[in-house]
Design a protein around this ligand. Structure first.
Ligand code: AMP
Length: 272
């Protein structure tokens, strides 16, 4: 990468955990279109999993991913092993980072340590790849807010002063289901069931026109929980910048996590 930087080439970077689908594909296409060189990493980062079983069951298929990325015209694929990324010490001791409270809600609350692992891996990848622009999906809304914080306002901000974070919209199946590597673990029947998650979020845009935040929050939870096979872990309506629960619709984003059988799915919707 150093040669590309020396030659003044712009580098677009898309970090992923593999099991690639068209949601990843949209980030990759944008990165290829907007930069001289496109780099994609494929790394299931062990330090961001607080649940060992989730880590073990995370879908992996590097050969299929490599073909997918070659078809999209990606120049470099970086697929390191955990040992190449981390020392033993780093694997055993949790990296800690100041999130200014952004990690105390939703995914951060349910998955303690998760975002420490995310910042650890993303900052290491940024240091190795030295991107001009890095592309992240709005599907992982809290993660995106945390990456913006890391690059723009945290103690690391100076190091990444010349890096631009690019927000990319959620890509959905025609059914409305948000694309996710975890969907690979769903049966066809479960995929049908899971459609109720996005359907309910879309319906809530209408409800929000006449109801309070609190009432819409409860109605979303009740509607999804009424579907056999789905169980809401949380549905929070938060301010898009602070991620703190809000009671007004300005800048509101609804973030949901739902178990479909053993598979944990996330989705979100903007009310403005
Ligand atoms: P992952 O492999 O799940 O870590 O995702 C890698 C990147 O792709 C993250 O920035 C995700 O937010 C993004 N991504 C995953 N699924 C989607 C989707 N359905 N639409 C848009 N971006 C996505």
């Amino acid at each position: 990468m150093a040669a590309c930087v020396r030659q003044g080439k712009t580098i677009g970077f898309v970090p992923t955990m593999g099991a690639l689908h068209d949601g990843h594909g949209s980030l990759v296409k944008q990165a290829c279109a907007e930069n001289d060189v496109c780099v994609v990493s494929v790394f299931v980062n062990p330090t961001q999993f607080n649940n060992k079983e989730d880590l073990l069951k995370y879908p992996r298929n590097i050969n299929k991913d490599a073909d997918f990325l070659a078809d999209l015209g990606v120049h470099f694929v970086f697929a390191p092993t955990p040992e190449e990324m981390y020392s033993q010490e780093e694997m055993e001791h949790e990296f800690t980072f100041d999130f200014d409270g952004l990690d105390l809600v939703m995914e951060g609350k349910m998955r303690p340590g998760h975002f420490n692992g995310v910042v650890q891996v993303v900052s290491r990848l940024f240091d190795l790849v030295q991107p001009t622009r890095a592309y992240f999906g709005e599907k992982d809304f809290q993660q995106l807010a945390i990456i913006h914080h890391m690059v723009e306002r945290s103690s690391l901000a100076e190091r990444y002063a010349s890096l631009k974070i690019v927000d990319c919209p959620i890509v959905r199946e025609t059914s409305g289901l948000a694309m996710s590597s975890r969907n690979e673990r769903l049966s066809n029947e479960e995929k049908q069931t899971a459609v109720a998650i996005s359907q309910t979020l879309f319906a809530s845009l209408q409800w929000a026109k006449t109801a309070s935040v609190k009432d819409v929050q409860q109605r979303v939870i009740d509607t999804i929980n009424a579907v056999d096979g789905l169980e809401v872990e949380y549905y929070e309506i938060v301010d898009k910048n602070t991620l703190q629960p809000t009671d007004c619709w300005d800048n509101a984003v609804g973030c949901v996590t739902v178990y479909c059988g053993p598979v944990r799915l996330i989705d979100n919707i903007r009310y403005q």
